[in-house]
Design a protein around this ligand. Structure first.
Ligand code: DC
Length: 219
């Protein structure tokens, strides 16, 4: 079974996807990681993020193992890492180079410890439209920019990372703009996706709603 969970930054896709993966014994692929890894490769080599050729070179050199290794870096989940990911993800060549790695995961899905899984939950922006258009179940999870900024700000604070709500809101809006207007695979719900606006919902409510949809589909 393949389930895709797409939507804008900080909409709660990660938490929801991991809960669903656990419930249905599916592997989990956070596809933002491929772009975060490429962004971090440029940052750590002191390359200009606007250098498209350097970004393509990094994308071509990226392997799944390298991505997992980079995910332990302190900047991988930081605001700086997110901005770098957002910039490199707007390059068509980078997206094309990273597509096979994302698609291949569904051919041989694995849990984090390497044991095989019977399916995958993909989390990203274009997993239901581009990466896995044939997925059985597709969700598009969204919320207002203010609610998403507050959630991301709270996450940073909980992790002890320096953050300002205004800065996070500015970043969320800038990322929405870049994600929605890039010419290649702009973020949009798949035609067959179920759209869930979580602005006024807690995680338990979102989880229950998506589980009900999955149960109906698999019966
Ligand atoms: O979900 P995230 O914040 O980790 O994603 C980081 C960036 O990667 C985000 O700004 C947009 C990009 N991204 C993408 O373009 N396509 C995906 N499937 C996942 C993420």
């Amino acid at each position: 079974m393949i389930i895709t969970v797409d939507g804008p930054a900080a909409a709660g896709k990660g938490t929801l996807s991991q809960r669903l993966a656990e419930k249905y014994c599916l592997a989990y692929f956070d596809t933002g990681m491929v772009y975060r890894a490429v962004g971090l490769m440029l940052l750590s080599e002191d390359k200009d993020l606007q250098d498209v050729a350097a970004a393509e070179k990094a994308a071509a050199a990226l392997t799944f193992a390298k991505m997992v290794e980079l995910s332990r870096h302190k900047d991988f989940r930081s605001a700086k890492g997110g901005q770098a990911a957002s910039i490199v993800s707007s390059y068509s060549g980078v997206r094309a180079l990273l597509l096979d790695m994302q698609r291949n995961f569904a051919k041989n899905p694995m849990f984090a410890d390497g044991t095989p899984a019977k399916g995958v939950i993909y989390d990203g922006r274009d997993t239901g439209t581009v990466v896995c258009p044939n997925a059985e179940i597709k969700f598009f999870i969204t919320a207002s920019p203010e609610v998403r900024a507050k959630r991301r700000y709270d996450e940073f604070v909980a992790k002890g990372m320096a953050a300002s709500y205004e800065e996070v809101l500015k970043d969320v809006k800038a990322r929405d703009e870049r994600d929605a207007t890039r010419k290649d695979a702009p973020m949009k719900p798949a035609e067959d996706a179920v759209i869930v606006d979580t602005s006024d919902m807690g995680i338990e409510e979102v989880f229950a709603k998506t589980v009900a949809i999955i149960e109906k589909k698999i019966k």
